[in-house]
Design a protein around this ligand. Structure first.
Ligand SMILES: Cc1cc2nc3c(=O)[nH]c(=O)nc-3n(C[C@H](O)[C@H](O)[C@H](O)COP(=O)(O)O)c2cc1C
Length: 241
């Protein structure tokens, strides 16, 4: 069973490599996009953690099985003591799909694991790693580079942000909320971010990971390093071991 998983994962990496590898600009010289192709379960190289690439196609997320929902609800809690251990590429993939990935694929009406007001799908999730900041793109299950460098410490005012494996940043993207008035943008942007945050809490509870959703953050500073043009940084959420 384990071998099957390994080979399926390796095939996924090779397929990913055909479309994502080699498309690097600003690539870190020691961790080029080809690193993602080496992210097999065989050698346990955790590459997204240290990779800088324009575009990363995540391994297919696990979308069935796992910890029973009542067990996850029973274990759900806030933790603030992160260790330096990295998350595997597969875990990052599963985390982002759980947060707000496509669970009902469709060419013209893809739906997500998190509900949004009027199906605006307006919450953008940015992922701060040790090396870069990426925007998660649910359709295609991809990461798009938005900045290089380690911005984890700036993802929140609490010191533990710097120690998490990844820091997620939730942004209400106002380009996707044109039909909402200002109150609606604020209310639904916050509400929809909170729902994603709980998805992440339950994922972490199910996977024995640590997380803490945070509103004690410097929104202006975050907006700068993610190059935010039209939106509001709602919450951030470090995730790690
Ligand atoms: C909207 C929101 C914002 C929060 N902001 C922070 C924060 O900035 N820093 C922090 O340490 N915890 C933050 N928390 C976590 C709460 O302190 C935590 O959920 C609460 O103490 C209850 O603990 P529990 O999650 O383990 O049940 C936040 C929680 C929510 C829902």
């Amino acid at each position: 069973m384990k071998k099957l998983f390994i080979s399926a994962f390796s095939v996924a990496c090779v397929l990913s490599s055909l479309s994502s590898c080699g498309k690097t600009e600003n690539a870190d010289s020691t961790n080029t996009a080809n690193s993602v192709c080496n992210a097999t379960a065989e050698n346990q190289v955790y590459s997204i953690d240290t990779l800088v690439a324009d575009s990363i196609i995540l391994p297919a997320a696990q979308t069935t099985g796992g910890t029973p929902i009542y067990d996850a609800l029973s274990a759900r809690a806030t933790f603030r003591n992160f260790t330096p251990d990295a998350l595997s590429d597969q875990t990052i993939s599963n985390l982002l799909w759980s947060a707000s990935g496509v669970n009902r694929p469709s060419a013209d009406d893809p739906r997500l694991t998190a509900p949004t007001a009027r199906n605006a799908q307006e919450i953008d999730i940015y992922v701060c790693t040790k090396k870069a900041v990426y925007l998660y793109q649910p359709v295609g299950h991809k990461l798009k580079l938005v900045n290089t460098g380690d911005f984890r410490a700036q993802a929140g005012k609490n010191p533990f942000h710097a120690n998490a494996s990844v820091d997620l940043i939730y942004v209400a993207n106002y380009d996707k909320m044109e039909g909402f008035d200002d109150n609606g943008k604020a209310f639904y942007g916050a509400t929809d971010s909170g729902i994603i945050s709980q998805n992440v809490y339950l994922f972490c509870a199910a996977e024995n990971l640590k997380t803490c959703v945070c509103g004690h953050i410097d929104r202006e500073e975050i907006a700068k390093f993610i190059n935010l043009k039209n939106g509001y940084v709602t919450l951030t959420q470090p995730v790690g071991k």
